[in-house]
Design a protein around this ligand. Sequence first.
Ligand SMILES: Cc1cc2nc3c(=O)[nH]c(=O)nc-3n(C[C@H](O)[C@H](O)[C@H](O)COP(=O)(O)OP(=O)(O)OC[C@H]3O[C@@H](n4cnc5c(N)ncnc54)[C@H](O)[C@@H]3O)c2cc1C
Length: 351
Amino acid sequence: MNKNVLIIGAGLTGVLLAYRLKKQGISVTVLEARDRIGGRIYTHLSAQETPIEMGATWLGQQHTALNQLLQELQIPIYPQYTEGSAWYEPTAIQAPQEVMLPHNESPSYRIQGGSSALINKLAEGLTKDELYLHTVVTHIKAHNDAIEVVTKNKTFTASTVVSTLPPNLLATSIQCSPPLPEHLMAIAKKTHTWMGASIKFGVSYPAPFWKKHHWSGTLYSNVGPITEMYDHTTVEQDKYALKGFLNSELSALTKEVRKEKVLAQLERTMGEEALEYLSYEETVWHEQPYTTAPYENFVFPHQNNGQTIYQKVQYNNRFYIAGSETASYYGGYMEGAVRSAQQCFERITKK
Ligand SMILES: Cc1cc2nc3c(=O)[nH]c(=O)nc-3n(C[C@H](O)[C@H](O)[C@H](O)COP(=O)(O)OP(=O)(O)OC[C@H]3O[C@@H](n4cnc5c(N)ncnc54)[C@H](O)[C@@H]3O)c2cc1C
């Protein structure tokens, strides 16, 4: 098959699609704006090499396509640690409460080696002529027989192009000529990018002091700045951290102020041992370039995820709009990214 496919974005959708196409003998080029692959999957290593998931972390048994992919790649998963009691802060004027949470019938799982292990495995076969980092796509120019993809330093030409950007980011950051249909653009601008506004934090420790007290490391709070938090020990039980989400309104503060507030909350719930930490890490996702773009109007979580309009191939059957938010099921999640990549692969190879 004489086909070359250019994929914009090296998140889970992009690297899985490239992996499948390459296995099929189809020539691929992946252009990634960041200096790393993975997009919203990012296992950050602290100075002490404690892995902290700054992006996607959990999957469930219902995520069948993702589970199947992990099995195919022989990447094990393990249940999120929840043994022991949790902390709950109902209001600012009530003391934190130690509570036993009901047994979870459908547990969450983590990916052994960190979520980036999945990305790295899929991308390991890509050569430097197939995967370009620091390469920001600015324009797409469609012709009858091919599509030109313009970046700052180079213009690429391919018979088939796939965008894996969250639709709102595609609509607002890449100029397309001729323009994509107005109706499609209007929906793309109202398509929510999952977790684009979230703040993730992680605090690493020399030992999991919470386990000594039979605490799971789980915290739910209506007070903040931490809204939810979980144990983040590695499966090998050799690196320890607590990790969770901060109230996204705190993005207006500096990192130092957020850190102080997080430590104060950990101290008021778990006591002084929480202050004997090794490192504090955080990612304010809306400040991360190439993740999300401001919406013209308010959008609800998951709004327009999986819209049928994304199934239509544009520019003379040469331009696919893929990515987790375009998936018909589980849009916004890793599962959606896997389903989107698989579907795109099937459509390209059947063409
Ligand atoms: C904080 C957070 C927590 C999450 N938690 C979970 C979870 O627990 N479970 C779960 O299932 N999902 C979770 N998710 C969602 C999950 O991360 C995404 O669904 C999935 O990673 C999306 O993959 P993708 O490839 O479709 O998109 P992305 O990962 O967004 O990939 C798009 C890629 O395109 C690149 N790009 C953007 N613009 C350009 C350009 N102009 N030129 C070239 N490249 C460009 C980006 O840098 C990026 O690498 C979370 C996300 C976040 C942010």
